[in-house]
Design a protein. Structure first.
Length: 252
């Protein structure tokens, strides 16, 4: 099996590694051996572990999973030239990556935490000569979509990368609403999970507007609840959330 070298051992790196284990050999590079051991234990598979200082990346397939603010510091500690660098650093341009880490090719990727269950929505851009390889590698953790520009992947970061947090907020709020009206917490949670499971299937085939129209009968319960959402500016807040996240991505 091909070896993927993770530089960084945080939550995103672990989520991706969970999706890749069994399909690729995994090695991980970081600052603290205890944290690297915790990474291995969480994966429950053997992982070759190395400390960051003077780690030689020559000829390796690198998956960079550090914080964007640390790219200069991390790059200074690496030696050699990678075969290809896959970066999941939000907002970090290809040019900046090339300036700090030597690699024959650079791909930007933006997966999300669903990578750990093989259900990430991962957007990609960068060196077209590695487009197919990127789609296969990141396709091991879910769906992929190649985008034509870095601006587009920054926008997609605000949607798919940050999206699980937005949906989690909505899921929690809807559950709290059911509890407020008298449904037991465990029953509200079970109902919400079933709702999201079914909706996830439907939205693959049905346009959101048509799905909404199919549920909303005149003068019915859905119409009443939908009206309350509109009064609360939920639609505008979602649009504004993407704008705010995109702006933040550009600042990183």
């Amino acid at each position: 099996m091909q070896t993927i070298t993770f530089v960084g051992n945080g939550n995103m790196g672990l989520s991706i590694a969970q999706g890749l284990k069994g399909k690729y050999n995994i090695e991980v590079v970081g600052r603290d051996m205890k944290k690297l051991e915790a990474f291995e234990n969480a994966l429950n598979v053997h992982v070759d572990k190395y400390l960051l200082d003077n780690f030689d990346i020559t000829g390796k397939t690198i998956l960079l999973c550090v914080k964007p603010k640390n790219v200069e510091e991390v790059g200074a500690k690496l030696s050699g030239k990678a075969r290809v660098l896959f970066s999941v650093l939000a907002g970090t341009k290809v040019e900046k990556l090339k300036q700090n880490i030597q690699s024959k090719a650079v791909i930007r990727a933006m997966p999300n935490l669903a990578a750990s269950v093989g259900a990430s929505m991962t957007t990609l851009t960068g060196d077209h000569s590695h487009k197919e390889e990127a789609s296969v590698l990141l396709g091991a953790i879910g769906q992929t979509l190649w985008l034509d520009s870095e601006k587009e992947i920054d926008i997609a970061t605000a949607l798919a990368g940050s999206g699980p947090a937005y949906l989690a907020l909505i899921a929690e709020a809807l559950t709290d609403g059911a509890v407020k009206q008298g449904l037991k917490r465990e029953d509200a949670m079970a109902t919400m999970r079933g709702l999201f499971a079914g909706f996830g299937v439907l939205i693959q085939e049905v346009h959101p507007a048509l799905l909404k129209d199919g549920v909303m009968s005149p003068g019915g319960t859905t119409a009443a609840g939908y009206g309350a959402l509109e009064e609360g500016n939920v639609r505008a807040s979602c649009i504004n959330a993407i704008e705010a996240a995109y702006k933040k991505t550009k600042e990183l």
